[in-house]
Design a protein around this ligand. Structure first.
Ligand code: GLP
Length: 243
């Protein structure tokens, strides 16, 4: 793993944005893996800025998002579909037909999950995947005790995740209890992975991910086995690292 420590969230976002942008310059038809949550918001702003400056073009880019809540329609403001439009897609020239986000309202979720895997394969797999990390070590919505060989699947969200994500909802009762998420296998098959984390609240889980044992109890620890992972942290998130 390559670890980059930045002064603050702004620098983290710039570095992550630049790293992502450099991949799009090198491969104009890249397949990019995208994440939601607060962590990538600054990076998406940075990508929009670089796009507006004319340095990157999304015309041939294909995107796959990690996950979506089950039972929430794409036009709901709490959906990850909505989040992606607001934070990125509405501001760049990506083609709507090249955007992929798992459906949270498919009639048959199992079919939706396996067809998502198929679409990733048909696109030639993900060139670069951005990840945040949950307080319990989840990536995407792969909660502790996940199977490392799982591909896109239905997830029962942990109470800790429901509580953490309730900040985006009016009340905790409104937070969905299930999600559809790319699996660890999909993530590990990405050619390049960039994980970002900021704030002291993430320090412990970041330390475990990087320096702890590789275990399904901390899903992000599996990234130690990937050949090309860059972790970008601010000083607070890096504060418990021993090296
Ligand atoms: C959510 C998402 C994850 C994200 C995590 C951390 O549960 N499914 O993809 O990494 O939250 O979110 P944040 O960046 O807001 O801390």
């Amino acid at each position: 793993m390559k670890i980059i420590v930045t002064k603050n969230y702004e620098e983290l976002s710039r570095k992550a944005g630049n790293l992502f942008a450099s991949q799009l310059i090198l491969k104009t038809n890249a397949v990019i893996g995208l994440a939601t949550g607060s962590s990538p918001v600054g990076m998406y702003k940075e990508l929009v800025r670089i796009y507006q400056a004319g340095d990157i073009d999304f015309d041939e880019v294909v995107s796959f998002n990690l996950d979506e809540y089950i039972g929430i329609s794409p036009d709901n403001e709490q959906s990850y579909h909505y989040f992606m439009k607001e934070n990125l897609f509405n501001h760049i020239n990506i083609r709507p037909e090249n955007i992929h986000i798992p459906s949270g309202i498919a009639v048959d979720m199992t079919v939706a999950a396996s067809s998502y895997d198929k679409m990733i394969e048909e696109a030639g797999m993900i060139d670069i995947q951005i990840l945040g990390i949950g307080n319990n070590g989840h990536i995407g919505f792969n909660e502790p005790d996940v199977k490392f060989e799982a591909r896109t699947h239905i997830v029962e969200l942990e109470q800790e995740t429901i509580e953490a994500n309730s900040r985006f909802f009016d009340s905790i009762e409104e937070v969905p209890t299930q999600a559809i998420s790319m699996g660890i296998k999909n993530i590990m098959q990405s050619r390049k992975i960039v994980l970002i984390a900021s704030g002291e609240g993430k320090a412990k889980v970041v330390q475990q991910m990087i320096e702890g044992p590789i275990t399904p109890e901390l899903p992000a620890s599996v990234l130690q086995l990937h050949p090309d992972v860059t972790v970008i942290l601010d000083e607070e998130a890096a504060s418990l690292l021993t090296r």
